[in-house]
Design a binder for this molecule. Structure first.
Ligand code: ADP
Length: 492
């Protein structure tokens, strides 16, 4: 099947979050299953700088706001995708440095509505066939609000490919004004509550939902949650009306980048892929714990048996991730246990300041690194005993899956992809050898702390702990399973 992927970011060219990982990994996984997937991205400055052999395939003149843009489609080469990466080149809209959505002051680019409408118009042109080739997509799969209008524009053509739209996070909905709607020259009949109108404005996310043949999100539980007022951001009615057009397919992780047996960020590799390694993984993990403690200047002398448990947290320091639950429970954790904690992240200044102040208060128990560090992220996954991920909502989540693979049982809230990937260490699950972490159900610091305490209790029982970690490390977290589910969806 010919499948055109349209996204506003993709690793390794430009990435701000999970969408970038999916737009990279899923096409590769689908191609391995025999599909022919090609990817189209906006030609941002960083993307143009990171590809080879650019070739112009054609151009169209497409409407923007008050101007007609000359829109060129470029073919680019990249090792993993070969020549099947297409770039939509409109220098006045995309030739800008840095983040694809916000400028260096941290605010949205003021012309985002125009940028992603023109991109979506161009993708709809490509859906009729890639210029200069005989390749025509059977399915166009677009992602998040930036490509929400792709299916809408495609719906105006006949014949047309089938359309799939994936929602990666409901918190970002591409909401613009009626004035934007009219100035973009969109069909007036789209201004209705059945189409793109949303509470008096114009929502590109809603366009993706209502105009696509199938809508997916990145975990089965999140697919159910977003149909409720608590998680739906007022879209719950629209989502409910989709019925079985809406489904959830769990993301996978990159099993090469996140492999404790080969990870070059670690002082010692470890794993359980054969009997010999299975005997030694705990020693490998302990070596990483000691190295991490030393690097972050927490006490590591006398930790030969790794007695004091080490807890990790990595992520954006925002309300979604439950950072406030972590800061609220730390004083009690430190006063009642010997646990230590390492935190890596950046985000809201208030969370950053609170964490730094706690680190100053508990210098021998807490290390806080404000910033982004790929190296430290890998070392935390490998060196910690437990991983904290108390997100209020989590469409899929990657870090809990990295933790499972690194034998670092995650402590998670029962929501979205966290609920779908972590099995709570109840007595029964431990007995049945299905337990992989600790799950709590009320979003508050007490619930998080009691889940951590349950974790620490099992940590003190070496046999049960070993079983728990090994179950976690054995989980099937790659892309193959997910790619097969997308394949079934396309076939449908
Ligand atoms: P989200 O996409 O909501 O931010 P995910 O768990 O799905 O959350 O993915 C976040 C990704 O970004 C993970 O790969 C995580 O390790 C990484 N990450 C987040 N913050 C940092 C940081 N400060 N340093 C290194 N990696 C980070």
């Amino acid at each position: 099947m010919n499948i055109l992927f349209a996204a506003s970011e993709a690793f390794p060219f430009i990435k701000t979050g999970g969408l970038g990982d999916v737009a990279h990994s899923l096409p590769i996984a689908l191609n391995e299953l025999g599909e022919d997937v090609r990817l189209v991205l906006p030609a941002y400055r960083d993307v143009l700088a990171s590809v080879d052999s650019l070739k112009e395939l054609g151009f169209w003149d497409l409407p923007g706001i008050g101007v007609t843009h000359r829109v060129r489609v470029l073919q680019a080469h990249q090792d993993e995708l070969g020549d099947f990466l297409y770039l939509i080149d409109v220098p006045s809209l995309f030739d800008r440095p840095g983040n694809p959505y916000v400028h260096s002051g941290g605010f949205n680019w003021p012309d985002n509505a125009e940028r992603f409408t023109v991109f979506s118009r161009a993708v709809a042109q490509l859906s009729k066939g890639i210029p200069g080739t005989d390749w025509v997509p059977d399915v166009v799969h677009s992602h998040d609000w930036q490509t929400g209008l792709v299916s809408a524009f495609i719906s105006m053509s006949y014949p047309r490919p089938k359309t799939v739209f994936t929602i990666h996070n409901m918190a970002y909905d591409g909401h613009f004004s009626y004035a934007d709607f009219t100035s973009l020259g969109l069909p007036p009949e789209w201004w209705s509550s059945d189409h793109v109108e949303f509470y008096g404005g114009f929502s590109m996310l809603k366009a993706g939902m209502v105009f696509s043949d199938q809508v997916t999100t990145v975990s089965p539980t999140y697919a159910r949650e977003i149909c409720t007022p608590e998680y739906g951001y007022r879209f719950e009615g629209v989502l409910q009306s989709l019925g079985d057009k809406l489904s959830g397919i769990l993301n996978g992780i990159d099993l090469e980048t996140w492999n404790p047996e080969t990870d070059s960020h670690l002082v010692q590799n470890y794993g359980i892929s054969d009997a010999k390694k299975k005997k030694q993984w705990a020693a490998g993990k302990l070596a990483n714990k000691q190295a991490l403690l030393k690097d972050v200047a927490l006490p590591y002398e006398g930790l030969a048996e790794g007695k004091a448990p080490l807890l990790g947290f990595i992520g954006r320091l925002v309300e979604q991730k439950g950072v406030d639950l972590v800061t609220s429970m730390l004083p009690e954790l430190f006063s009642t246990t010997d646990a230590m904690v390492v935190i890596l992240g950046s985000g809201h200044m208030s969370y950053e300041a609170e964490l730094l102040s706690l680190a100053a208060q508990y210098p021998s128990r807490l290390h806080v690194h404000i910033g982004y560090s790929e190296d430290l992220a890998h070392q935390i996954e490998a060196g910690c005993d437990l991983f904290l991920m108390p997100s209020r909502f989590e469409p899929c989540g990657l870090n809990q899956m990295y933790s499972l693979r690194y034998g670092t049982p995650p402590v998670v809230n029962f929501t979205g992809g966290l609920a779908d990937t972590v099995t709570d260490a109840s007595d029964m699950a431990l007995q049945e050898k299905t337990a992989s972490g600790f799950v709590f159900h009320d979003v508050n610091a007490d619930a998080l702390l009691s889940a951590v305490m349950r974790g620490l209790e099992i940590y003190r029982q070496p046999e049960r702990w070993k079983q728990l970690c090994e179950t976690a490390m054995q989980q099937d977290l790659g892309w193959e399973l997910s790619a097969k589910k997308y394949q079934e969806l396309y076939n449908k």
